[in-house]
Design a binder for this molecule. Sequence first.
Ligand code: ADP
Ligand code: GLC
Length: 487
Amino acid sequence: MRSIRALAVASEIYPIIKTGGLADVIGALPVALNAEGIEVRTIVPGFPDVMQALGMAEEVLYYPNLQGGIARLLCGSCGELDIFVIDAPHLYARLGNPYIAPDGKDWPDNGIRFAALGRVAADIGLGAVPSFVPDVVHAHDWQAGLTHAYLHYSGRRRPATVMTIHNLAYQGQFPREMLSAIGLPLESFTIDGVEYYGTIGFLKAGLLFADRITTVSPTYAVEIQAPEAGMGLDGLLRARANQLSGILNGIDTSVWNPATDPNIASTFNSGDLDKRAANKVALQRRLSLRIAPDALLFGVISRLSWQKGLDLLLANLSTIVGDGTQIALLGSGDSDLESRFKAAAASNPDQISASIGYDEKLAHQIQAGVDALVVPSRFEPCGLTQLCALRYGAVAIVSRVGGLADTVIDADEAAIAGGKATGVQFGPVTVENLAGAIRRAGTLFNDKPVWQSIQKKGMTVDVSWCNSARRYADLYRQIVKTRANSS
Ligand code: ADP
Ligand code: GLC
């Protein structure tokens, strides 16, 4: 059987360019899919970091005018990843965050920039690069959503298509006046096309035209079909419920491996958990927290945004500090949250540390050193930090939403007795319920045998991509077969 070829379309790819978990997925899933007999190539915009990471590359397409300038499609690789890169300096040669200009606002031409991504991806889907004609085109998040609209309106025979939602909060809406500039026909601007509340909806288009829709956990797949989490798209998602499923993310278990991690003071595994203690002391030292091996130490590694519910943690700070508990926070984002955490750290430096910024090495050290990782998200499509926490023996304290609900088993009495517990869950997401979960974690922490059993159980959970890659591969095979039969 010939292996299936899949084109992944995305705006971020770890380790080259990353603003969140999307990049982790795009960097790890192709490698896991290869093991399932799927040949994946990923198309990404030629941001400066991408151009730099791309070694030897071949020009496979030339565009005299792609959204206002010359562009080339380059084909190359970076580590184990095979990539197509759109070299279009007028769209992508901008330093810093890929979406946000130095003034803190979205780049005004984001619609054009990511329409170009969809356009070139669709061209590849339609066979423009003879050496790589995909059977499946798999678009991720709004930045890639228009790919499926271009494929649809080409009127040509197209490959099978998948649209994956990593976060429904970001939908990519742009003014209707852009329609002709991005090369979509006038008749596409209807409710059965790209129109979305009077704008051009990139994610909406992807969700409408894809053969199959996936999101990154089974619970989020259910949540987004209701108005509360559906963010305006629940009606469409309900209408397409038969084509919608949830496939959990994994993590790259070679990057996140406590037994070999070069970033941490003391490597360990579930059989020698006592070696973990050295990481806690090293972290307390690095962050200038009081060196206190027995104090309960919480970690947070997160974008600081409303989604992540960290204002609920702030609301609980005085109790946490009063109990002698410590917090090591690493994050960036919302400036109000940044300054509130900085202020809390300044007034309690022995117990609270707030590292504002992005620091991968510190993220590993926090996972290896803290006793518990707190993830109080209001909604969480999957979440990756709790998966890393499981693997690193940091007990996850999570809200019962989305992928957090699917990946952590609450330490209730039955789960503890059955040796199944891997963390602490709370819900609904309120300040009081988080307070309750923190109290419960404190009690468990004081019962060392129970705490250790939770840590050990968490470390045995399979958080790799293996199972999920198999599910994506099965999905690809199904839709490729369906398309072949229908033509
Ligand atoms: P989201 O994609 O919503 O931000 P995820 O939990 O899926 O949330 O993924 C976040 C990823 O980014 C994880 O790999 C996490 O370790 C990483 N991360 C988040 N904030 C930081 C930070 N300040 N420094 C380093 N890594 C971070
Ligand atoms: C999004 C979600 C997060 C998910 C990640 C990767 O950023 O917020 O929950 O883990 O995408 O799918």
